[in-house]
Design a protein around this ligand. Structure first.
Ligand code: ATP
Ligand code: MG
Length: 463
């Protein structure tokens, strides 16, 4: 038997043994005494009732009392001859089908009765295994006997206890059998759970199918859920790790290239080769390094920063961001079209500074990567939210991988070699901000158009 089964059967058996032992002890020692006490109490009650009655009432109601209490009542005028009195009482008892081996009313008893005392006697009937309990009293000149036969209870108790011992033995066998079956039912799924947990600890994210309709099934479901989530988190982490490795090598490359250029130009200046442009090149390269480092710092800062929501006009904020990119738009001759331009004052509940970062990133990306010199912007005023969309032409064909552009340092192959492509942190920052706001957002490519959307929550106090 398994450990749980052994523990269970041991403790239940112990409890049953204790209960049976108490019951055996009570039956053996306490019950006979209690039985005697109860008989005595009953006879006493009857005696007291009789005492209160006058002679005629007593004679009339004698039979009723006998039937009511299941006892025997005998009365007889006391005469001076004890032998005669005993004989008469004995024959009266015999008539009532009470045959006694041993019964004798002594003179001493009569003496006490004459003094008005009550006398109780138990006549042990020897081999008959019973006793006769008699309560005597004197009423006027009459001897009144209130009696009851009692069986020798300790003998009966012995038999009952013998039977109890067999019952105890049977109960223990039954308990062991039941516990064995039950513990097997409990431990089999538990063993499965143990195996799965061990697998999970070794990063093998298995699930288990247990149908027990109890807490074990609930535990199994929770472990399955945990396994699934851990698996996803693990896969995610693995992917991020791979990305990070790629990025690290990109980053080193990105930092190394300007650094070697700076070094080469510095050596050039030292050797007197400067044609007047060397310093500018060095400044440009240090700017590049600064931009990469600044982006990284910003990204980690935004991840840590608290979100401080206020109510502000989304349209107003968007236009102020767009104005900042006016020169680039004009230089690249981009046509920016805003539909629903009649809409104004669309209030949202968000962190204004962070949403400004979001708009700046999306606008600058659209300007940097548009292939058709067009950017389409749309605001939609819904009941609970404001939907913002920004679209531009693209040659990107990796539609199935498009979700990846939200990942840090991820740069689409098409733009990797282009001068325009940055560190690949812009959209990761955007995503982080939107997730922390719980704003739905997404990206899709359709008909050579890349489209980003965000659902901004409206000011909750306006509802
Ligand atoms: N509007 C867009 N049109 C086409 N491609 C885009 C657009 N926005 C983003 N991408 C692609 O997604 C990649 C990731 O964009 P993200 O803004 O995160 O980085 P980045 O612009 O390269 O660098 P950073 O924003 O950090 O300067 C870009 O390199 C580009 O390939
Ligand atoms: Mg960008």
């Amino acid at each position: 038997m398994n450990k749980l089964g052994r523990k269970l059967s041991l403790s239940i058996s112990l409890a049953v043994i204790v209960i049976f032992s108490i019951s055996i002890l009570l039956t053996q020692y306490f019950l006979p005494k209690y039985y005697l006490h109860k008989t005595k109490e009953r006879l006493e009650q009857v005696s007291n009732e009789i005492k209160k009655m006058d002679k005629t009432t007593f004679i009339h109601s004698k039979e009723t009392i006998e039937n009511k209490y299941g006892i025997t009542i005998i009365y007889e005028p006391i005469n001076s001859n004890v032998d005669e009195l005993n004989e008469v009482v004995f024959s009266q008892l015999y008539k009532k089908r009470i045959t006694l081996n041993k019964f004798w009313i002594t003179e001493e008893t009569l003496q006490k009765l004459a003094e008005g005392k009550k006398v109780n006697k138990i006549y042990d009937q020897g081999k008959l295994k019973s006793s006769f309990f008699a309560s005597f009293m004197q009423r006027d000149d009459m001897l009144v006997l209130v009696g009851n036969s009692i069986v020798h209870f300790s003998d009966t108790a012995k038999i009952v206890n013998e039977f109890n011992l067999y019952m105890l033995l049977f109960s223990i066998i039954l308990i062991i059998a039941l516990v064995w079956i039950l513990s097997k039912k409990i431990t089999t799924p538990l063993k499965e759970l143990k195996d799965v947990s061990k697998d999970i600890s070794e990063l093998k994210f298995e699930t288990v199918h247990i149908k027990t309709n109890d807490e074990i099934e609930e535990l199994a479901n929770s472990i399955n859920l945990m396994s699934d989530k851990l698996n996803k988190a693990h896969q995610d982490l693995k992917r991020k790790n791979v990305n990070l490795k790629i990025v690290m090598s990109d980053l080193t490359h990105e930092l190394k290239t300007p650094l070697s250029l700076i070094k080469a130009y510095c050596v050039g200046i030292k050797d007197g080769l400067d044609d007047g442009t060397y310093i500018d090149t060095i400044i440009k390269q240090t700017d590049n390094i600064s931009k990469v480092i600044e982006d990284l710092l910003n990204f980690s800062k935004i991840e840590r920063d608290e979100i401080e929501k206020t109510t502000f006009d989304l349209i107003d904020l968007f236009h102020s961001c767009l104005v900042k990119h006016k020169i680039e738009i004009e230089t690249k001759e981009i046509d920016v079209r805003i539909s629903n331009s009649h809409l104004h004052q669309l209030f949202v509940w968000a962190d204004k500074e962070k949403i400004e970062i979001v708009f700046n990133n999306l606008i600058s990306n659209a300007i940097k990567y548009t292939e058709d010199h067009k950017i389409d912007i749309e605001f939609e005023d819904l009941e609970q939210e404001i939907v913002f969309q920004i679209k531009n032409g693209t040659n990107v064909q990796q539609i199935e991988k498009i979700e990846k552009i939200w990942e840090p340092f991820y740069v689409l192959e098409a733009s990797r070699n282009k001068k325009a492509s940055g560190t690949g942190l812009g959209l990761a920052i955007v995503k982080s901000i939107l997730i922390r706001h719980h704003f739905k957002h997404g990206v899709s490519i359709f008909n050579n158009q890349i489209q980003f959307y965000i659902c901004f929550q409206k000011n909750p106090f306006n509802h």
